[in-house]
Design a binder for this molecule. Structure first.
Ligand code: FCB
Length: 459
């Protein structure tokens, strides 16, 4: 299967640190999402999603690509599960496509869509890999955008809860975890304020109203799934980009960092874990703050079994709330994101202290790299360094008391990176999109060796 069995440099020092600091049973995984890998965009009755529509609009996607085929995972999932097995993964995080299983977002279910996830989940279980699902990784049924105004309408909340309950009924006893939402900040802010993501609006008030509806969708889905009583643990996945002032001694810079942290971290953590929005951000938003009705916050604050944290980088801000790029000791990824693993340690300790959350999983962490195939190999030393740095930072947080139970590398495969199209490569496996051939990058070998060493030392 793999022409290349050459191992990257042995990394015993890092492996030893991880083995010593992380608990036995720590789960090693990798993550993907439906829209980014499945393809089969119009097959077997799948409905259109807002991302199918967004891709069709000129200028939205950097390489003018779409998600019709993506990684053709819909057909190639058996091969992809074999890649996971080769890596030694214990867990895999994927997302359900809402329009694949309910094409209009309401009304009739699509049995052929459910059958795909049925096959995928059974194949994972047969391979000894625990399936971890996300219900909403940004691919809203386009029909709902048209019929009710999509995430702008409160009507989306009970529809999402129906979908969540149906998934819990059909798959809840075979899934290890079910996360309601992936990164609601991205759906709201990038989708409705900056127009980088579908549906591409530019209105801050809409973005915050949408964020409120997303959080209500989360709460209503948790309630609906609890009523079904699945074996799966239930939670949410949030993206955290810790904010730093450019000059820690400058009051304005500190304020800018606090606002950025408030809109990114606290805006989601506070309602989910404390049942309230941060007052300083409500004030900062002024007329753009969302309309909240009685009972909404109680709905949002549901007891959770786990918190998923997606961590990639940090933000550094000056007093004009501009993002200022620091020199970056470890450099930048191909996305232009600073590599700053120590923020992961600090951040995990901070949220553990401030929120006493349920057990945490790092549900995404990884880097885009300008990878290329050289003599049948993908020499991505930068990604190995990124992985090593972040896993050591994670181990340090655990050693200092953070309750982190697992790590999912983003991503298993190179895939459709939203508005960047296929130009940004995050995978452990390189994908040749012309042939759909997968090739283990050096980082995949490193991750595999590390997982093997960990399992041998902490069976
Ligand atoms: C996260 C998304 C994921 C992927 C990575 C790079 O924000 O959840 O789908 O695009 O970034």
């Amino acid at each position: 299967m793999h022409a290349n069995d050459a191992h990257p440099a042995a990394d015993t020092a890092t492996f030893q640190t991880l083995i010593q600091s992380l608990p036995a049973g720590f789960e090693w995984g990798s993550a993907t999402s439906a829209a980014q890998i499945e393809g089969a965009a119009r097959e077997d009755g799948k409905g259109e999603s807002i991302w199918d529509r967004f891709c069709a609009q000129p200028g939205r996607i950097k390489d003018a690509s779409n998600i019709d085929v993506a990684c053709d995972h819909y057909r190639r999932y058996p091969e992809d599960v074999k890649l996971m097995q080769w890596l030694g993964l214990e867990a895999y995080r994927f997302s359900f496509s809402w329009p694949r299983v309910r094409p209009q977002g309401r009304g009739a279910w699509n049995e052929a869509g459910f059958a795909f996830y049925d096959r995928l989940i059974d194949t994972l279980l047969e391979a000894g890999i625990r399936p971890n699902a996300t219900l909403y990784h940004w691919d809203l049924p386009q029909a709902l955008d048209e019929s009710i105004g999509g995430l702008l309408s409160r009507e989306v909340v009970p529809l999402f809860a129906e979908y969540a309950a149906e998934i819990a009924r059909r798959f809840g006893d075979r899934l290890s975890t079910i996360a309601t939402l992936n990164e609601p900040w991205c759906s709201a802010t990038l989708g409705y304020e900056t127009a980088q993501f579908a549906p591409g609006h530019t209105n801050r008030a809409e973005a915050y109203q949408v964020s409120h509806h997303l959080l209500m969708m989360h709460g209503a889905a948790i309630q609906a799934m609890r009523a079904v009583g699945p074996k799966a643990q239930l939670g949410i996945v949030l993206n955290h980009t810790p904010s730093f002032p450019a000059d820690p001694l400058n009051e304005e810079d500190r304020r800018a960092a606090r606002i950025d942290d408030g809109t990114n971290v606290r805006w989601y953590m506070d309602p989910v874990f404390r049942g309230q929005y941060p007052a300083d951000i409500v004030e900062h938003l002024g007329a753009d703050a969302p309309v909240i009705e009685a009972g909404d916050l109680a709905l949002i604050q549901q007891p959770l079994d786990f918190l998923g944290v997606n961590f990639y980088t940090r933000s550094v801000l000056n007093g004009r709330q501009q993002f200022v790029t620091p020199p970056g000791e470890l450099g930048f990824t191909d996305m232009g994101w600073e590599i700053y693993p120590q923020a992961l340690t600090q951040h995990l300790l901070r949220i553990s202290r401030e929120y006493t959350p349920p057990p945490i999983y790092i549900t995404e962490n990884g880097m885009a790299n300008a990878d290329s195939v050289v003599d049948g190999r993908v020499p991505d030393a930068q990604r190995i360094a990124y992985l090593r740095g972040h896993l050591e930072a994670l181990a340090q947080a655990v050693a200092l008391g953070a309750d982190v139970r697992g790590y999912f590398y983003w991503s298993l495969l190179d895939n459709f990176e939203w508005n960047s199209g296929y130009e940004k490569r995050f995978g452990l496996f390189h994908v040749d999109y012309a042939t759909q051939q997968r090739l283990a990058k050096d980082s995949a070998h490193w991750y595999r060796d590390m997982i093997g060493a960990f399992k041998a030392a902490r069976p």
